[in-house]
Design a binder for this molecule. Structure first.
Ligand SMILES: Nc1nc2c(ncn2[C@@H]2O[C@H](COP(=O)(O)OP(=O)(O)OP(=O)(O)O)[C@@H](O)[C@H]2O)c(=O)[nH]1
Ligand SMILES: [Mg+2]
Length: 319
């Protein structure tokens, strides 16, 4: 790992503060030891906290672990264990203007596995969600993206028509694939609301149809897989951040040397006119001097006083 001051220097030089968050998140993750962190992310009120409560099987108001209410509800990252080795990290929602995204981004860089939630009641991904997905994927190496990022469609209870659901599913999958530059990730559909009703009414059919038990299994097995190779994967993350930092520094270095070259060129062209004038003046003086020397030579040749001529010549050349 790099030292904190090195990381800050790199971020300042490259003006890339996401890089700083990535390094800091990784440092916190390494400090956390073998524990695996699963974080959620998505727009405000996309159902992140409800989803996490459901994964814990806690659907009643009294025993919910993560606060659910009118937006914006989650402000700080709340942690709860899912299993002995897996922690859940509930993060603040992203608003349409990215007003408070720094905190969320910070927390996500500490996660091993990220659940990106999208409320299907809003239709397809809008621009901020799409950009956000791209941005967090930028904190994960392409090779590990499919095991570290899971896409979760929420609020599926709001779409009754199977045909509409299929159409939307196809569209969203296409958007996600495009945002991730062709990397396919796992795609799950859930309804925390349906799960809650299923639990309250003791209906396992409804619980299963909510997609929550399926996602819980997926998350636990993904966490386990990750834990087995955590040391290797995290080492890979360090190396990847090193090369990302090196590339950013090299790019900055190129920019700086180009800027220096440009300035040199600008200074040269600014003064080249004056330089030319001085050359002309110098040329005129030189030719005047040779005329004087020639005249002197003629005079001293005639008077046959060579040593006096030499003295004068030295004097003239000394000027
Ligand atoms: N119909 C329906 N409503 C849901 C579902 N999941 C969550 N909600 C409702 O959506 C609202 C917001 O839920 P939260 O779980 O607090 O959403 P969040 O993404 O954590 O919100 P922030 O932390 O504020 O970003 C609540 O009123 C939930 O009851 C769902 O699957 N279906
Ligand atoms: Mg929340």
């Amino acid at each position: 790992m790099l030292s904190q001051s090195d990381i800050e220097t790199i971020a300042r030089l490259t003006n890339n503060y996401d890089l700083l968050k990535k390094w800091e998140g990784l440092a916190r993750k390494l400090a956390g030891g073998a524990k695996i962190t699963i974080a959620n992310t998505g727009l405000y009120s996309s159902g992140k906290s409800s989803l996490f409560n459901a994964l814990l099987g806690r659907v009643n108001e009294e025993d919910m672990r993560f606060a659910v209410a009118a937006p914006p509800m989650t402000r700080n990252g709340d942690r709860e264990p899912l299993t002995e080795n897996i922690d859940m990290l509930d993060t603040p929602g992203i608003d349409a203007n990215f007003m408070d995204d720094a905190t969320a981004f910070n927390m996500l860089m500490e996660a091993d596995i990220i659940l990106m939630t999208h409320n299907v009641n809003r239709g397809m991904l809008d621009r901020p969600e799409y950009d956000w997905l791209k941005r967090i994927a930028g904190g994960i190496s392409r090779e590990t993206l499919s095991e570290r990022l899971i896409f979760v469609s929420t609020w599926t209870d709001r779409i009754d028509n199977e045909e509409d659901r299929e159409k939307l599913r196809t569209e969203i999958k296409r958007q996600v694939l495009e945002a991730l530059n062709g990397v396919e990730i796992r795609f799950v559909e859930v309804s925390a609301k349906r799960y809650k009703t299923g639990v309250e009414k003791g209906k396992t059919g409804l619980q299963n149809a909510s997609g929550i038990p399926e996602l819980r299994e997926l998350v636990i097995s993904a966490g386990k897989n990750f834990a087995e190779r955590a040391a290797v994967l995290r080492r890979g993350e360090i190396l990847r951040l090193c090369s990302e930092s090196r590339d950013a520094l090299n790019a900055r270095k190129r920019e700086v040397s180009e800027e220096i070259e440009n300035r040199k060129r600008r200074i040269k062209s600014r003064y080249s006119g004056a330089f030319e004038k001085w050359r002309v003046i110098l040329g005129e003086f030189s030719s005047m001097r040779s005329i004087v020397i020639n005249k002197l030579q003629e005079v001293y040749n005639a008077s046959d006083n060579a040593s006096e001529y030499q003295g004068f010549k030295n004097y003239i050349y000394g000027i």
